[in-house]
Design a protein around this ligand. Structure first.
Ligand code: SAM
Length: 267
């Protein structure tokens, strides 16, 4: 008899059990037999099976050595399947992937932000990103204007666009986690609209400073970059930006405009 797999909390192992949800993931992920797919954290391979039926090639990256045998037993004879046993955060896209992939995955939630950042940094290899994440994080990433906006929201908006596709209740997983989930799509902006206006380093310098203390307004937060408070207030008012506004209330376009104003005056 096959030994039962013991789920490990430290690897965020909550496996999707619900066949209807697995099918829905495939239905919304827009993959075809032309596509190479990257699946982060295949677990026991429930989603992998459907990906293999629908894509040209599926590369899985899994950190837990106990899952290697299970996955190889199931799929090693399928020539479209490839398994990389490694921490996804250590993956070298140029060396180990070196092609355009669509990412489709139920990722480990404890490293949601580092995974999204890793995919964005390697965007030359990433076409679209379809991932299951914690519901609250999904709502933060896709928030258009509310208290839920954060540095992560703006990081995604700077490089692309995020869309919340559907919610998944915790009961759809085994073991059942404490939180509900959501499936989102992040598309990378191939035209680099915002990068052309403000470069990456400058953008993140201002965004991080603006969110440093979420309860402070934009002026108080930006003072940490060396601006003099009263002159900054006057400058913002002159440009019809309320000095009392908080970072979370700025859209990406308003942030870009603000940074351009600040850069013009400090140069
Ligand atoms: N895709 C499977 C499913 O839907 O049933 C499993 C999803 S489970 C939420 C997350 C998976 O990511 C687990 O298989 C876990 O071992 C794997 N994992 C955790 N940390 C990882 C890391 N740093 N790199 C790669 N895989 C990781």
């Amino acid at each position: 008899m096959q030994k039962q797999f013991k789920h490990k909390k430290q690897f965020g192992q909550n496996f999707l059990q619900d066949k209807a949800i697995l099918n829905r993931i495939i239905a919304v992920s827009d993959i075809s037999k032309e596509d190479s797919v990257l699946e982060i954290g295949p677990g026991e391979g429930a989603l992998t099976e459907l990906l293999l039926e629908n894509a040209k090639k599926v590369t899985c990256i899994e950190v837990d050595r106990d899952l290697e045998k299970i996955l190889l037993e199931k799929y090693s004879e399928n020539s479209s399947f490839r398994l990389i046993m490694k921490d996804v955060l250590q993956l070298d896209f140029k060396e180990e992937i070196n092609e355009k992939v669509k990412v489709v995955a139920n990722i480990p939630y404890y490293i949601t932000s580092p995974i999204i950042q890793k995919l964005i940094v390697n965007r030359e290899f990433v076409e679209d990103i379809y991932i299951m994440i914690q519901k609250e994080v999904a709502e933060r990433i896709t928030a258009k204007s509310s208290k839920k906006r954060s540095v992560l929201t703006l990081s995604v908006e700077y490089f692309g666009e995020a869309e919340l596709l559907f919610y998944i209740p915790k009961e759809a997983f085994f073991p059942s986690p404490k939180v509900d989930s959501a499936f989102i799509k992040i598309s990378i902006d191939k035209k680099n609209k915002y990068e052309k206006l403000v470069n990456e380093k400058t953008f993140f310098k201002y965004v991080k400073a603006s969110f440093a203390n979420k309860r402070k307004n934009i002026v108080n937060n930006l003072c940490s970059l060396g601006f003099e408070k009263n002159s900054l207030k006057v400058l913002l008012e002159k440009n019809d930006i309320s000095p009392n506004k908080r970072a979370e209330a700025f859209s990406i376009d308003e942030f870009i405009e603000l940074i351009q104003i600040l850069e013009r005056t400090s140069n």
